[in-house]
Write a protein that binds this ligand. Structure first.
Ligand code: FE2
Length: 203
């Protein structure tokens, strides 16, 4: 496989006005591609070159000798999930009824509480990282997880359902340092709850 064969699931202007074409162009075309290019360079001629991203991530996590491979593989995988976690701007963007909505109600009380907790996690994550809505692989219980840098829940026996990139490169061109505004807009208008629901059903 090639680590550089990803495509955006939509056009670069698809998230406007919430996230500009320029941001998506840089985010996908420079940052994500950069992780892919580095991963190719780092794994060239090694057994990792023919492994899928999830296997590489699980194999290299917490191994100081393989931190660079882990970081680039995880960042690449995280970004693929990120683009699937958002859809075009919707003024009304409720969670669809079903098993996922029931789980949200059971864990958070209601949809607004889930969104408030996601926002709180995004605002309070120190430095660069990711906010995740994930399901425990054994109990299916929903959890909100903050991870720093490239870390992600697949090494924590959790199934990620939806993610928010809170690295500055995800929002700085549009929101400068106003991470809360970016996160609030994403959660309210762009979050792809159908994607989260289908991941929950498959988990
Ligand atoms: Fe990013």
């Amino acid at each position: 496989m090639s680590f550089n064969d990803q495509n955006l699931p939509f056009a670069e202007n698809h998230l406007e006005p919430a996230i500009s074409e320029k941001t998506v162009e840089f985010h996908f075309g420079k940052h994500q591609k950069g992780y892919a290019d580095k991963l190719i360079a780092l794994t060239n001629g090694t057994p990792f070159a023919n492994m899928d991203l999830v296997s590489i991530i699980k194999e290299t996590v917490d191994n100081p000798a393989q931190t660079a491979i882990f970081n680039n593989a995880a960042q690449l995988w995280n970004h693929i999930l990120y683009w699937d976690s958002v859809h075009a701007y919707r003024e009304e963007n409720p969670i669809p009824a079903g098993a996922f909505a029931d789980a949200v109600k059971a864990t958070f009380g209601n949809e607004d509480n889930l969104k408030a907790e996601l926002l709180d996690a995004a605002v309070n994550l120190f430095g660069s990282g990711w906010v995740w809505l994930a399901a425990d692989n054994k109990t299916k219980e929903l959890k909100i997880i903050k991870t720093q840098n490239a870390a992600n829940p697949i090494t924590m026996d959790m199934e990620p359902l939806l993610t928010i990139d809170v690295w500055e490169h995800a929002y700085y061109l549009d929101y400068q340092n106003r991470r809360p505004d970016y996160a609030q807009t994403l959660i309210d208008k762009l979050a792809n709850w159908h994607f989260a629901a289908s991941n929950f059903t498959a988990a």
